[in-house]
Design a protein around this ligand. Structure first.
Ligand SMILES: Nc1ncnc2c1ncn2[C@@H]1O[C@H](COP(=O)(O)OP(=O)(O)O)[C@@H](O)[C@H]1O
Ligand SMILES: [Mg+2]
Length: 314
């Protein structure tokens, strides 16, 4: 199966010389949740808009669903949730979806059916006759997702889908994304919020200042960063060569490495001294740690610019 998205050396310079993308290459495999991460202004939305042909790249080569970027018929197989989208406030959820369904040339009968199904899927069917202008941000995002899904796309490009959404809404959106993946769809998510993506992201790329700083599967990127955690209380012990930290929950020991054998002598020693083990778990580098690592890599790559140094003094 060809890659869902494959791009090489994409550049975008806006008028007045803003270099939003400076040679981005990446590959999104089919059936994956791919997270495009990066700080604000990194170029994520610009890249998605280029894939949707909303704007044109200064330089590009690559494919979307096996067809060259810019191939209009392929866009019918792609769903798009734009960043900070707004539906006309006076429309009801249903009317807004009819409008967008019309834009992608869906027949009325098919549209009627899909609109009900998609509003159901995003948990908004009881609000279908209500005006979009009265909806919370989370509800608007859900209608936005229904819009992106209306024409049953194979590939979804979701630009900051959980932006401004409360924790309950974020969870609902996350579950929905997992459901969509289980149906075999490929999903690319742009985000600068990391925590909620942790459990759903298969592959990721971190973009910093228009370049990819880290890319790969979460599995691979965190492989060298596995650790065992042992937590205990009710005993005072001195540790040498082991990272031990006291906190409200007791003492927490961090052991770098993947081998469970590493934790055994530690556990034995705590138990022999009469301590209570409260936790033994394997952890990997969090997405947030990975993100920080990507920022550091980008800084090393770009070097300390005079602008950055001045920024700190100001
Ligand atoms: N239409 C535009 N004209 C000029 N500069 C733009 C335009 N759109 C985005 N930019 C600039 O390009 C850079 C990347 O923006 P964007 O892709 O929106 O970043 P992100 O989505 O990662 O936050 C920013 O510096 C932004 O100010
Ligand atoms: Mg953006």
């Amino acid at each position: 199966m060809p890659a869902a998205i494959q791009i090489n050396d994409v550049h975008k310079t806006f008028r007045r010389g803003v270099k939003a993308l400076r040679g981005v290459s990446m590959q999104v495999d089919p059936g994956q949740v791919f997270c495009l991460l990066g700080p604000n202004g990194a170029g994520k939305s610009t890249l998605v808009k280029i894939l949707m042909t909303v704007i044109h790249a200064s330089k590009i080569s690559g494919t979307v669903l096996g067809k060259p970027i810019g191939h209009k018929p392929t866009l019918k197989r792609v769903g798009y949730l734009p960043e900070r989208h707004r539906f006309p406030k006076y429309m009801t959820a249903e009317q807004a979806l009819h409008f967008y369904g019309g834009l992608v040339c869906m027949r009325r009968k098919h549209r009627l059916l899909r609109i009900q199904q998609m509003l159901d899927l995003v948990g908004m069917s009881s609000w279908r006759k209500h005006k979009v202008g009265t909806f919370s941000k989370g509800m608007q995002q859900r209608v936005g997702l229904a819009q992106a899904l209306l024409h049953d796309p194979e590939l979804l490009l979701l630009d900051e889908p959980t932006d401004g959404v409360d924790p309950v809404g974020r969870r609902a959106i996350r579950d929905l994304i997992l459901h969509l993946r289980s149906e075999g769809r490929t999903i690319l998510i742009n985000s600068h919020i990391l925590a909620e993506l942790e459990s759903i992201c298969d592959q990721l790329a971190v973009v910093v200042k228009g370049r990819v700083s880290l890319e790969g599967t979460v599995e691979d990127l965190t492989r060298g960063e596995r650790r065992w955690i042992v937590q205990y209380r009710n005993v005072d012990l001195e540790w040498e060569d082991v990272a031990a930290e006291s906190g409200p929950a007791g003492v927490r020991i961090t052991l770098p490495g993947e081998d469970a054998g590493l934790a055994q002598p530690i556990i034995d020693r705590i138990r022999a001294a009469g301590g209570t083990i409260t936790k033994v778990s394997q952890e990997r580098e969090s997405l947030e740690d990975l993100f920080m690592r990507a920022l550091e890599l980008a800084e090393d790559r770009d070097g300390a610019t005079p602008g950055a140094a001045q920024g700190r003094d100001a």
